[in-house]
Design a protein. Structure first.
Length: 416
């Protein structure tokens, strides 16, 4: 453990996450619009995101448990970043939705492998009093990549929209009978390989692992049963809120579909990408102060406050109007709540779980969040298609409120 909070490991984790999220979010910011160009609906998008999240969540638990048992984490984390790097490029060759599903599943499996192990390594690279700062810095760096990726995608879309000669050149070098709009998206998917591969090298070269002897006698069921009862209550509260926390691609799709009627698909796509960029900018700005202040309050009350912000964001998407200002406000609120959620949930795990079970503890958090994401994305997408978009977001608002109330009454863990 190192008392200097911004040490080599913390910096290495931050740089790696910056590059990986550059890759992942560059693709995510245009995926809903790309799916529209090949004739896919909101329900398919919700299904794809839900399946990918659910599979990823169970991988998180398995990876966390194996790392606690063997004492090795870094190799798994590097492999996870590699899978994410190559997965987004798969979208460039998608003409039917199962190809997108495969790419999304591979990418989220990579995130599932690396997530709990990276968080466990991050937590043990710093002392407890600075853990909020370290996690806040990591989330800020991660989200800075999530700003850079959509920003580059936005710039490419803006450039290509006024340079049809370049678009024709791209069309001639991508196989298949594809239209002008989808060819631009495919080109962007291929570019994501650059930051993705760089993230793999960053993790491999900069981060040093604190090796553990492991515990070969560990048994999966017994390990789960050893989790403190207060941590189980915490996970239940996270899960209740999680079934409201739908994929951000549905936010992007909501903005683009509402605005398309007044400004056309390409222009609405550009603004939807900008809104997502705005969300990520807020996420990056808010993450560090949210983490740094977490020691001053009850962690569960503090997290419940972030959940409450999410409820207001969901209501905003439910009653959306075709206004740039309105959607800017909704995406700003979503940036605040996701920074609060991701940072404080990660910090709180070690309030309940000691170092020997940290991988499994973070894996359990990943399972709960993944199942919640699957249910929320699937239900919101299905309600969107069957009843209407507004009903899907009203559902999210009500479940988010239930999760907020439950988290407020969750017992806080004992800090080291």
């Amino acid at each position: 453990m190192n008392n200097k909070w911004l040490n080599r490991n913390i910096f290495g984790f931050g740089l790696t996450s910056f590059l990986s999220d550059f890759c992942h979010e560059m693709a995510t910011s245009i995926l809903p619009q790309f799916m529209q160009t090949i004739g896919l609906s909101a329900s398919i998008l919700g299904f794809i995101e839900g399946i990918a999240d659910a599979l990823s969540s169970f991988v998180k638990l398995g990876a966390g448990y194996i790392s606690d048992k063997t004492g090795h984490r870094k190799g798994w984390v590097v492999s996870g970043y590699f899978l994410t790097a190559i997965a987004t490029a798969v979208f460039a060759f998608a003409f039917v939705w199962p190809v997108i599903l495969i790419g999304r599943v591979v990418g989220w499996l990579g995130r599932g492998i690396r997530g709990p192990l990276r968080d466990a390594m991050l937590a043990e690279s710093i002392d407890e009093k600075n853990r909020g700062k370290a996690f806040g810095f990591h989330r800020a760096a991660d989200t800075a990549g999530a700003i850079a990726g959509p920003l580059v995608a936005f710039a490419i879309l803006s450039y290509f929209s006024s340079n049809t000669g370049i678009t024709r050149f791209i069309n001639s070098h991508i196989p298949g009978n594809i239209n002008q709009q989808s060819s631009i998206f495919r080109f962007i998917f291929l570019i994501t390989l650059i930051p993705g591969i760089l993230s793999v090298f960053s993790m491999a070269l900069l981060v040093k692992e604190k090796r553990h002897p492991g515990n070969r006698e560990m048994r999966f069921v017994t390990t789960i049963k050893k989790m403190p009862s207060n941590y189980r209550f915490f996970l239940l509260s996270v899960g209740i809120f999680g079934i409201s926390d739908f994929a951000p691609t549905l936010m992007i799709l909501r903005a683009s579909t509402v605005l398309t009627g007044t400004m056309g698909l390409l222009e609405a796509t550009r603004y939807a990408t900008f809104f997502y960029l705005l969300r990520n900018a807020v996420y990056a700005i808010v993450s560090y102060p949210v983490g740094a202040l977490s020691n001053r309050f009850s962690r569960t009350h503090y997290l419940a406050t972030g959940y409450a912000v999410a409820v207001f964001a969901f209501i905003g998407f439910a009653i959306a109007v075709p206004s740039i200002i309105w959607f800017s406000g909704c995406f700003i609120l979503s940036g605040v709540f996701i920074a609060w959620e991701d940072t404080i949930e990660g910090v709180a795990v070690r309030d309940y779980v000691d170092e020997q079970l940290a991988g499994t503890g973070y894996g359990l958090l990943g399972v709960v969040n993944g199942v919640g994401d699957f249910l929320s994305s699937t239900v919101v997408g299905a309600l969107w298609m069957i009843v209407g978009a507004r009903c899907g977001f009203i559902y999210a608002s009500l479940m988010g409120l239930a999760g907020t109330i439950m988290m407020f009454f969750t017992p806080a863990g004992k800090r080291e």
